[in-house]
Design a protein around this ligand. Sequence first.
Ligand SMILES: [Fe+2]
Ligand SMILES: [Fe+2]
Length: 290
Amino acid sequence: MKKELTKEQKKEAYDVMEMWEDDVLQRYPENQEKAKEEFRNYDAPGIDTVKQFYKTNHEFQTYDFVLGKEKQYLSLNMREMKLWDAVEFLNTLVDDSDPDTDLDQTQHLLQTSEAIRADGHPDWFVLTGFLHDLGKVLCLFGEPQWAVVGDTFPVGCKFSDKIVYPEFFSLNPDSTNKDYNTKYGVYEEHCGLDNVHMSWGHDEYIYHIMKDYLPEEGLAMLRYHSFYSQHRENAYDHLMVKHDHEMFKWVDTFNKYDLYSKAAVPPNVKELRPYYEDLAAKFLPDTLKF
Ligand SMILES: [Fe+2]
Ligand SMILES: [Fe+2]
């Protein structure tokens, strides 16, 4: 296994994650008017960071890269952890004493799941909310941020111009590869998303970790929660089947909790832990394979 990340590297990874999530919020504000007034404006270097992030992501997420990462990670032999150890492991990405930090990773998970719980949704949905970003441990396994977070999209076929910063796909060698640059590429019309390879990141990874334990609606939420070009722009209807559309109703429902569940008071991790450990015991094995 790779060497542990330095404190600076962890901080950088955390900052990029926050930057991406802020950028998604700017693109898809909960309330257009309020967003214009209230949301913090990026200064020029901020925009450069966002652009640079997508540029790298779009350049390097090729079909071959994705197949390589699937091979590397989807046998789930990185490490075995109890759920709470994984939660704490992910949380090492941020230093508690950092005054710029809004919420740590555990609080983001709990904020999402607590909002789902408060609305009276079923327990598997609450648990899905709690688990949804655990795949970000990829950062701690040494993956660069552009291969952990960011909008996800199908590879192996034409990149949609509905994906954020589509112009950067000109840097991706698949854009000029005739096997991959047509509407359907390596796929067939309405082949179903199960047959489609998505750009590599925390969504696909956590889906595979949980695939035997949650209902399919929850699994769709995990797997496609960063697939904004589909769940917000319907850019890939031509690859989907009716069942995918059914599942995406759940993805849409979930997305609102992921983006807009900012609680007035940050969740109390210590108080909530027993509830989530009980919930996990209901659905998950004692240890999880990452
Ligand atoms: Fe996420
Ligand atoms: Fe999230």
